[in-house]
Design a protein around this ligand. Sequence first.
Ligand code: AMP
Length: 281
Amino acid sequence: MKTITKPDAMFKAVMAVKTKGKSVGFVPTMGALHEGHLSLIRRARKDNDIVVVSIFVNPAQFAPGEDLKKYPRPVSKDIALCRKAGVDFIFYPLPKDIYPQGFKTYVSVDDLSQVLCGRTRPGHFRGVATVVAKLLNVTQPDILYLGQKDAQQAIIIKRMAEDLNFPVKVRVMSTVREKNGLALSSRNAYLNKKEKEDALVLFKSLNLALLLIKGGLRDAGRLIKRVRELISKKKSAKIDYIAIVNAETLEPLNKIRGNCLIALAVRIGKTRLIDNVLLKV
Ligand code: AMP
């Protein structure tokens, strides 16, 4: 396994293997790797000749006042996990390698970026789309691996790849959870023991939603109300949004029908957590 920090060196390394006809799978991450990331890496390992993982805490996707500085960066542990998972290249650039002085070009995916998480995190998805576009150019993958945990991000990146003719397939892998249902996230490290228990309310509320839909409820407003009531029982929980939207366009649904995404963002104490479930009604 090789760790590369400079974009041009990374590009040369992948081009050298691609010209030999080898396929490249790419997993972009912000590090603090857990089983969620590893499920993407393992799938990439299975599907491709060469696996590239990027570790980059992308400043452009953090708004002022967010957790850019305190975001966990256990780099040597991450490198060890990548080695164990059979990764070929780690791309580990510094912010100045990605955003050199004079940087002016950003990628905006309209509409999809302004809803759900985009409302409380203005500029977030512009930062995400921009860095992923750059990483795709640098790593030239055949397949890009993303997690369903960040459903809106996956939808936006798929849209961007199609709109900008990136010659890449996007594969979205299911959310990996703890046994108790809590979706794995690098940000779970911020939670204390009590908050970690309270955080289970995200998974429980998604399950309640599924149960109600199974029981015949189709009115999105009523469903959201029931979910809101359940989450509000937790004192430490502050709801950012609960939404039922079309799973491709992210447009809100009044009647629950077709391919739906139930998505929520909830603050547990100071930590903002997201979770979602996809369903076909
Ligand atoms: P991050 O390091 O949080 O930017 O995540 C890097 C990639 O891992 C993204 O495509 C995420 O959606 C994915 N990911 C994060 N957590 C999980 C999880 N619990 N299950 C599956 N994929 C995940």
